[in-house]
Write a protein that binds this ligand. Structure first.
Ligand code: SF4
Ligand code: SF4
Length: 198
């Protein structure tokens, strides 16, 4: 459960994700935004997106730690397996959707565009990649790296009923101040976001 209202955009989660997954970095370039790198890529499975919007005549600055939602019924899996068998695992215990090396044989752009959240990327000559839900940590009793480092409580990980209860509790608390507050696709995914604007 990711409560975007508690995110301060420290990007600890983004760095922890790179660190745990041994994903490389590139030199920082100023692209006119604090969002860096500018998008998810073959070495970036989690990205804090920054957006400035005008809402009710005021400027709002939102932070959104984007990653795979681990859909209950993942369209990316169907797309990849339309081309190559057994290239995606959906872990029974956690529901984590994990791409295997063989996924590189599926057409990359088609896989990315089949994801409702535009998440999968590919490595040059390598597999399709994305967040693994830190299945290697979770199956050993650890929290995902991004959750472990989050200092504000924006990132949470646990049993579904606990996370749904926490999400609904936070939603009820925020609704009076933010009438547009909502949980995103909570019945369809395993990574549930709370946002306060469209
Ligand atoms: Fe696949 Fe996208 Fe769903 Fe992740 S969010 S499981 S990449 S369809
Ligand atoms: Fe990265 Fe692991 Fe968090 Fe997924 S669960 S975004 S792989 S740190």
């Amino acid at each position: 459960f990711i409560d975007t209202t508690l995110c301060t955009a420290c990007r600890g989660c983004q760095v922890a994700c790179k660190n745990w997954n041994r994903n490389g970095t590139i030199p920082t370039k100023n692209t006119g935004s604090h969002q860096n790198p500018p998008d998810l890529d073959g070495n970036t499975f989690k990205l804090v997106r920054f957006s400035e919007v005008e809402t009710d005549g005021k400027v709002a600055w939102y932070f959104f730690a984007d990653q795979c939602r681990h859909c209950l019924v993942p369209p990316c899996k169907d797309t990849i397996e339309g081309y190559v068998d057994d290239a995606v695992i959906q872990d029974e215990a956690t529901g984590a959707v994990v791409f295997l090396e063989k996924s590189k044989e599926a057409p990359h752009e088609e896989v990315t565009s089949s994801c409702p959240y535009d998440i999968p990327r590919h490595r040059e000559k390598g597999p399709m990649v994305k967040c693994t839900m830190c299945i290697d940590r979770v199956s050993n009793g650890l929290k995902p790296a991004c959750v472990k480092v989050c200092p504000t409580g924006a990132m949470n990980f646990g049993e579904l009923d606990e996370m749904i209860a926490l999400a609904n509790e936070r939603l009820a608390k925020l609704k009076p101040k933010y009438p547009k507050a909502q949980l995103l696709d909570a019945d369809e995914v395993r990574v549930i976001y709370l946002v306060v604007d469209d």
